[in-house]
Design a protein around this ligand. Structure first.
Ligand code: HEC
Ligand code: HEC
Length: 408
């Protein structure tokens, strides 16, 4: 590669990393100015409202602390247990150092928290717990299955802003947010207004990883579009940053009444703080490879036998084509083909489920499998396929398949 190209590519990937980790795209206008979430974090004593959010509370709802962003005294204090983790002032100190993964605090000259925004890394990063549980080095692209997004948004002093968008009352918004639980978010709620499934269960889906996506055509559980499509969708319509987004598929009053009412299908902001960032953000995501499982985390012999089954008798590889574990082409399947209900598929313009890329599966076993975590374990997934496709797998073969899934 020409040296100039090599240099500029590296610079762009680094810029993409900055955007992924730290860029709010101007969404503090929503999370701070509108929802006033920063006031709930600071608490009454520090100029906000309510009891405030202590580091202990922040960690308990799955927020992560980037140990490398901490100044030495704060890092040592945390390691030696000398920081009062019950004090919201310590949360503000973390925010001032930009050490809460995926959250940015904005402070005035007096040191008061005046607003806050969120980043991609909030949901698609975690840490390696090297200092303490929830505190360590960043792991970009990993799904944060501890993160209780609903509980965090639920702290907002002004949920009326969301209630008004959806045309419902605040009590119902609270009920919806409380239904999500850890590791889940509902990226379609603000378009179709479906707070719950028809059977009364939560409508939210699991947070997927944002790594291992190079070579994969369609993204999200239901294949809404390419990586840059979805990045624009999320940055504009979910994080509520300030950019441009156009998708006339959402201009459909039966399927997406809220998107039609709020014009979320055709967003135009001036200035546009998103569009110019999409290319480098895309590049960064493409270089985030799925991490390999630690040695000893699976049985090698069994995994080897499982691989042969995956590619052979169990027919998994007909859809999960290695090494993408997704069909090159249009990797979409009807609910009927998958033997599951169509609630989430029908919320997407595709009306289908996308073949899940399986690399790095071992990093997101918490919260279960399939888009809504309906299968608690990998064995449950294998049992589902065994029944659906009448595979006649023995217990030993099922176990071998599971060990293979843990190895990829
Ligand atoms: C509040 C949590 C949250 C934030 C913030 C967030 N995402 Fe996501 N992301 C999700 C959820 C949930 C899905 C699955 C959506 C679905 O299938 O309907 C998803 C899906 C994705 C996917 C598809 C993954 C796959 O397997 O195809 C990519 C890529 C992605 N997000 C990237 C980003 C980027 C880049 C940003 C920042 C611009 C971002 N996300 C911000 C929650 C989040
Ligand atoms: C007809 C195509 C098809 C076949 C065959 C198939 N899968 Fe899948 N697989 C999918 C789709 C589509 C999904 C996503 C379902 C959803 O999100 O609800 C999926 C999801 C999964 C998941 C969950 C991934 C996650 O992130 O939660 C695992 C694990 C999995 N498949 C393993 C297998 C195994 C093992 C086999 C063989 C026994 C197999 N699949 C056969 C299409 C297929």
């Amino acid at each position: 590669m020409a040296p100039e190209l090599e240099k500029s590519t590296l610079a762009r990937v680094k810029e993409g990393q900055r955007i992924f980790r730290y860029d709010t795209f101007g969404d503090e206008d929503f999370w701070g100015n509108t929802l006033k979430l920063h006031q709930a974090i600071a608490g009454e004593k520090l100029g906000g409202v309510g009891p405030g959010v202590s580091p202990k509370t922040a960690l308990s709802v799955g927020l992560k602390v980037d140990a490398q962003a901490l100044p030495r005294d704060l890092a040592t204090g945390l390691k030696e247990g000398k920081i009062n983790l019950d004090d919201p002032a310590a949360t503000l100190a973390l925010l001032k150092n930009n050490a809460v993964v995926g959250l940015t605090g904005f402070f005035d000259e007096q040191g008061q928290l005046t607003s806050m925004g969120i980043q991609c890394s909030l949901c698609h990063s975690t840490v390696d717990d090297s200092i303490a549980p929830g505190i360590g080095r960043r792991l970009d692209g990993w799904a944060n299955r501890d993160l209780n997004v609903g509980a965090i948004i639920g702290l907002s002093p002004n949920l009326k802003a969301i209630a008004d968008r959806l045309g419902i009352d605040v009590a119902t918004v609270k009920k919806v947010l409380a239904s999500w639980g850890p590791g889940k978010f509902d990226a379609e709620l603000l378009q179709d207004g479906k707070g719950f499934r028809p059977d009364g269960k939560a409508a939210a889906t699991l947070l997927p990883p944002a790594f291992g996506l190079a070579g994969i055509n369609l993204h999200t559980w239901t294949g809404w579009g390419s990586v840059p499509y979805w990045n624009a969708y999320v940055a504009n319509t979910q994080m509520r940053g300030k950019g441009t987004f156009y998708d006339p598929r959402l201009n459909n009053p039966e399927k997406y009444p809220i998107a039609v009412k709020t014009k979320d299908w055709n967003i135009r902001n001036n200035p546009d703080l998103i569009t110019s960032k999409l290319p480098d953000l895309h590049l960064y995501q493409l270089v985030l490879t799925a991490p390999k499982p630690p040695t000893g985390s699976y049985d090698r012999e069994a995994a080897r036998r499982g691989e042969a089954l995956f590619n052979g008798k169990a027919t998994c590889a007909s859809c999960h084509v290695p090494p993408l574990y997704n069909e090159p082409g249009w990797a979409m399947h009807t609910p009927g083909e998958m033997g599951i209900d169509g609630f989430q598929a029908y919320r997407s313009p595709t009306n289908r489920y996308r073949t899940a890329p399986l690399a790095g599966l071992w990093t997101h076993q918490k919260g279960g499998f399939y888009h809504d975590g309906r299968f608690a374990t990998l064995l449950d997934v294998v049992n589902h396929y065994n029944a659906l496709f009448r595979l006649k797998l023995t217990d030993q073969e099922k176990n071998d398949l599971v060990e293979f899934l843990k190895s990829i």
